[in-house]
Write a protein that binds this ligand. Structure first.
Ligand code: PEP
Length: 247
């Protein structure tokens, strides 16, 4: 098993002041946790202050999105060099909310992954099926297409795959450990058959209504190597219970 990664995706939440007070409360509770790689993804406006506040800790900083060009006439966008400059070492790419509300296609996701890698940002690459797709028996087909297109012509390093069934995101309907393991194992086999042994070293994490109550049973699955956490990452107390699931 690779070292687990647990990331907080705050989405469109938290002011600068709220970010500072979360970090102040959170850091002491994870001071001795070297078992898990911990990542926080605040909104863009909080990245600068979060980077300062995390400076003496092991907790890493992520952006929730990126644009694939480095600079130019792209109003409203933020580039990989800008994210690296503000202290990010990770970026979330391909989240289902970006695919759904901002029309991000597999091709755009692929361009974004390339841009991140060019500037040494590690990628949390999100994939997952909708409820309709699951009910139609298309889960593996969808996940395979997203992997194949998203990773097209990309060397496999500094990537974490986040399997996030859309029906489990923000709904309180977590995938059962069996459902998560089944898809994680499919992803693992796909990675190995397309990238040989390197495919074994790629972390596959789960996202979708992860809480302090269900993290242990998910982490007991052999191919679940961490979590991407939305709602339950907004309170320092609940997110620290999740990252400290071993203690
Ligand atoms: C997410 O946004 O990536 C997520 C998994 O959200 P939640 O934990 O709230 O389901």
């Amino acid at each position: 098993m690779n070292k687990p990664l647990i990331a907080a995706n705050w989405k469109l939440n938290k002011t600068i002041q709220e970010t500072e007070s979360f970090i102040k409360e959170f850091l002491p509770s994870v001071k001795n946790n070297n078992e898990v790689e911990i990542v926080l993804a605040p909104p863009f406006t909080s990245l600068y202050i979060a980077n300062l506040a995390l400076k003496d800790s092991q907790v890493k900083l992520a952006a929730q999105n990126i644009f694939y060009e480095d600079k130019g006439a792209f109003t409203g966008e933020v580039s990989a060099p800008m994210l690296a400059d503000v202290g990010c070492s990770y970026v979330i790419i391909g989240h289902s909310e970006r695919r759904q509300y901002f029309n991000e296609t597999d091709d755009i996701v692929n361009k974004k992954i390339r841009a991140a890698r060019k500037h040494n940002l590690s990628v949390i690459f999100c994939i997952g099926e909708s409820l309709n797709e699951r009910q139609m028996g298309l889960t593996f087909k969808v996940v395979q297409r997203q992997l194949k297109e998203g990773l097209r012509d990309i060397e496999l390093y500094n990537i974490t795959i986040a399997y996030e069934p859309i029906w489990a995101i923000g709904t309180g309907k977590t995938a059962t450990p069996e459902q998560a393991q089944e898809v994680h194992s499919f992803i693992r086999n796909w990675l190995i058959s397309n990238f040989d042994n390197v495919g074994k070293e790629i972390r596959i994490i789960y996202g979708g209504s992860v809480t302090p109550e269900n993290i242990k049973s998910l982490m007991n699955c052999p191919d679940v190597e961490g979590a991407l956490v939305g709602g339950a990452s907004l309170k320092a107390d609940s997110f620290s219970k999740i990252v400290n699931y071993k203690f």
